[in-house]
Write a protein that binds this ligand. Structure first.
Ligand code: HEM
Length: 384
């Protein structure tokens, strides 16, 4: 009997999903876009994990499925993917028309609402105090701390010259975290290579932050109250993320107030992006010694023979054109933020993609596909 009920429920769910899928596909077709069907929600965790493999499978097929505009119809939503630079520029500029998909971004509210998750009317209010500290004065501190950290990393790496560097990727993570901790929160740390223990027993600020960011996917996906009852290693992660005062009233790790807003979203947005970019730049320069020599020649010329300790941000940074070019090209091909999601809110929106203008109904999702835009053969004749 129970088996029959389960089969009945599963069948009803499948029929309902199929009907929703077909309704969304019809709506997307009515817009005049090529449509791909996806039988599950585009935000389904398993689909998110599996989709890179799926797309690379599609790439291997002898058909041209890539287009700079297409829609993905799923039982839950319609998602229009755009790789046209003018359309993307238009979408990201019209923030009120194409808003953050707050429901989907809810998982980022680990410590409470933040700039990436608030609805449009609240966005400017949160944005103003966030943007104020990102000025030239703080950039001089970023420069000085980055120089100090890079010195530490360099000193460690030269020790490993023969054996090979154990993990350059972990080391660039440490470097980026240390710069964030020192400049953003006045907590300077010396560089620590990846072979040393990644966290201290005492659970300092930087270590708690490192633990939270290293386990961010787990913290975002598994509800906090579930993690709290799991013993063992996960307890450490939960403590680093919650860390209210203990029984003696001593604060360990990060309090919710400290983390909320400024800390979490700035570190979340700034940590992996910077660390991965530095890791890719390092590898690419190692693979292209001619480019490495070209960039080094510029730094030597700009430094005018001064020792590294005296290298000055205002004098040197603007003259690093070759260095900037290498970072731009690395960010074009190995971009840490591959897509920007948004959704049409309030009323239907007009958007022009290529030679066509579409009127998109409320509730349709957009994916500004930056990776596609930055590698699309229509715009880039020689990709690498
Ligand atoms: C290679 C480095 C980085 C890249 C490629 C990058 C890229 C991006 C992109 C594409 C966005 C989305 C913008 C939008 O929605 O229009 C973003 C947002 C953001 N980034 Fe970065 N970022 C980098 C480094 C950083 C750093 C170092 C910080 C902080 C210290 C930071 C803080 C933020 C914040 C707070 C937001 C949300 C802003 C908002 O919603 O208005 N990012 N970043």
């Amino acid at each position: 009997m129970l088996g029959l009920i389960l089969v009945g429920l599963a069948s009803a769910y499948s029929i309902w999903s199929f009907a929703c899928l077909e309704a969304n596909v019809r709506k997307a077709r009515a817009l005049g876009l090529p449509v791909a069907r996806l039988p599950v929600d585009a935000n389904n965790v398993f689909w998110i994990l599996f989709q890179p493999h799926f797309y690379s499978l599609l790439d291997r097929l002898p058909i041209r499925w890539l287009s700079y505009r297409w829609a993905l119809g799923s039982p839950v939503s319609i998602n229009i993917h755009v790789a046209d630079p003018d359309a993307i520029q238009d979408i990201v500029t019209r923030r009120g028309d194409f808003q953050h998909p707050t429901a989907e971004l809810k998982i980022l509210e680990l410590y409470g609402p933040c700039i990436s998750t608030v609805k449009w009317p609240d966005w400017p209010r949160l944005r103003k105090p966030m943007a104020t500290p990102f000025n030239e004065t703080i950039m001089a501190s970023v420069w000085a701390e980055s120089r100090r950290q890079t010195f530490g990393m360099w000193a460690s790496w030269t020790k490993f010259a023969d054996a090979g560097i154990p993990s350059y990727q972990r080391d660039t993570r440490t470097l980026s975290l240390n710069v964030l901790a020192a400049v953003g929160f006045g907590k300077p740390y010396d560089f620590r290579v990846s072979t040393e223990p990644s966290v201290d027993e005492i659970g300092e600020y930087r270590d708690s932050l490192q633990t939270v960011l290293d386990n961010i996917i787990l913290l975002l996906i598994v509800p906090f109250r579930v993690l709290q009852i799991v013993p063992g290693t996960w307890a450490k992660i939960v403590n680093a993320a919650a860390a209210d005062p203990d029984a003696k009233g001593v604060k360990r790790g990060l309090s919710v107030d400290e983390i909320f807003g400024n800390l979490f979203v700035i570190n979340f947005a700034g940590h992996d992006t910077t660390a991965n970019t530095l890791a890719f730049v390092t590898l690419l320069l190692a693979a292209h010694p001619d480019v490495q020599a070209w960039v080094a020649a510029e730094t030597e010329a700009v430094a005018e023979g001064k020792p590294v300790e005296e290298w000055d941000y205002k004098q040197m940074f603007p003259k690093h054109n070759r260095c900037r070019a290498v970072f731009y090209e690395t960010l074009r091909l190995f971009l840490p933020v591959p897509a920007l999601p948004s959704t049409t809110s309030d009323h239907p929106q007009q958007v022009t993609v290529g030679d066509r203008t579409y009127t998109v109904p409320v509730g349709v999702n957009f994916t500004a596909n930056l990776r596609a835009m930055q590698t699309h053969p229509q715009y880039w004749s020689n990709e690498i």
